[in-house]
Design a protein around this ligand. Structure first.
Ligand SMILES: [Zn+2]
Length: 109
């Protein structure tokens, strides 16, 4: 991934872990894994601290409920995430490094 893109994602996320707000050693995580054709587009990338990044991959079902881990073929632009910057609810990640407060009608659970 381009260094500039890493910096953009960290800046969008307030230079904090999106899960717990930590400013420790930060990773940029692919919501759809690179091995599953996940892209380097902003809506597929999110900042996590080292501990939360490990947590996401160790707890895929819980991470999925937070929007942090998506399946191959899912569109990260359409699936919201929990983000420490937006404690009131879910937030969508826009392709232009923005946050979007409301997304498409959610699919029936
Ligand atoms: Zn964290």
């Amino acid at each position: 991934m381009q260094t500039a893109r890493l910096a953009e994602i960290r800046a969008r996320d307030g230079n904090r872990c999106s899960r717990d707000g930590s400013s420790g050693y930060l990773h940029v995580h692919h919501r759809v894994r690179r091995s599953q054709c996940g892209t380097d587009d902003p809506q597929n990338l999110i900042t996590l601290c080292e501990a939360c990044h490990r947590w996401v991959h160790a707890n895929p079902y819980a991470a999925r409920r937070l929007g942090l881990l998506l399946r191959h073929g899912e569109d990260p632009e359409l699936i919201p995430v929990r983000h420490f910057l937006w404690p009131a609810g879910l937030i969508w990640l826009g392709p232009d490094l923005t946050f979007i407060l409301s997304g498409p009608e959610p699919a029936a659970a």
